[in-house]
Design a protein. Structure first.
Length: 296
């Protein structure tokens, strides 16, 4: 990966030797659900009927359904009390296997503990100059009280995709909460590309498909945070916004979303554009999650 952009390095900064595969069931060909840190696997010995600690994998022994969801909720609350699950959100996420099939519903914070596949949606808010080309990007500063990446810089809108929503639907909801944008102001929302992150983070392993969108804002329209999760917004010239990405001031997700915007507008070198493209999720796979996508 290019050394010029920290977010490209961080997006695939993962040591697989640190984690143990998590499989569903005891049989051969059991679907993979993610992974758990070897150092934290022993904490699951308290639930021998639910987890089998095989030498080469952790196997979940349960049939999908409400009973499994309830059992996992008890496990996750106990792990939270031990400090092994952090940044609790009280937000349901699907627990998917490698094919995208859902097997359980879990707390959002537990997804990182399990290295489970999740989805995120980010939106580049921009201003266009007199020639119609983008000239500025709206950059948010995360609240210092955020449980993850406090105080770092971010895109205009960004967030995780909870159970029951598509990435676009999650973004429409977040648009009001984070930036005070009404639904009729989102009609110009346009999709970018979708990228896969696979990186070790303090909460565990982030395995995420990041869905990028763009939104042109009219001059004079200043975003206003509604939920207290954003400390403020700045409208930066494109070169200054990219300098912040290069300096590592943006979160990994936000940095990738900004680079995607820059790449689609011819602002990256061929080598950097190629390094970014290496992270791209195949459009056909991305459309299974967000059917409205028309990948450019």
């Amino acid at each position: 990966m290019s050394s010029a952009w920290p977010c490209l390095r961080r997006a695939r900064d993962h040591d697989p030797a640190r984690r143990c595969p998590v499989l569903l069931g005891d049989g051969d060909g059991a679907p993979g659900l993610g992974s758990v840190a070897w150092a934290e696997r022993d904490a699951l010995a308290a639930w021998p009927d639910l987890f089998h600690r095989a030498p080469d994998a952790l196997r979940l022994r349960a049939d999908p359904g409400a009973a499994l969801d309830a059992a996992l909720d008890q496990v996750h609350r106990a792990l939270r009390a031990q400090g092994l699950i952090r940044a609790w959100r009280d937000e349901p996420y699907p627990w998917l296997d490698e094919t995208g099939r859902r097997h359980a519903v879990i707390e959002r914070a537990a997804a990182r503990f399990w290295g489970a596949l999740t989805f995120g949606a980010h939106c580049n808010g921009y201003l266009a100059g007199p020639d119609g080309r983008p000239s500025h990007l709206w950059i948010a500063q995360r609240s210092p009280h955020k449980p993850t990446d406090p105080g770092m810089l971010d895109n205009l809108i960004g967030g995780g995709v909870p159970l029951g929503q598509t990435p676009r639907e999650a973004l429409l909801r977040e648009a009001w909460e984070e930036a005070g944008l009404q639904a009729d102001e989102l009609t110009a929302l346009r999709p970018g590309r979708v990228f896969e992150l696979h990186c070790d983070i303090p909460e565990g392993l982030q395995r995420e498909w990041l869905f990028v969108f763009d939104l042109a804002l009219p001059p004079g329209r200043v975003p206003q945070n509604q939920d207290g999760e954003v400390a403020g917004f700045r409208c930066l010239p494109l070169d200054e916004a990219l300098a912040q990405v290069r300096a590592g001031a943006l979160t990994t997700d936000a940095g990738l979303a900004t680079l995607d915007f820059a790449s689609r507008h011819g602002l990256l070198t061929a080598a950097d554009a190629q390094a970014l493209q290496a992270l791209q999720v195949a459009p056909a796979a991305a459309r299974r999650v967000e059917p409205t996508l028309q990948i450019r």
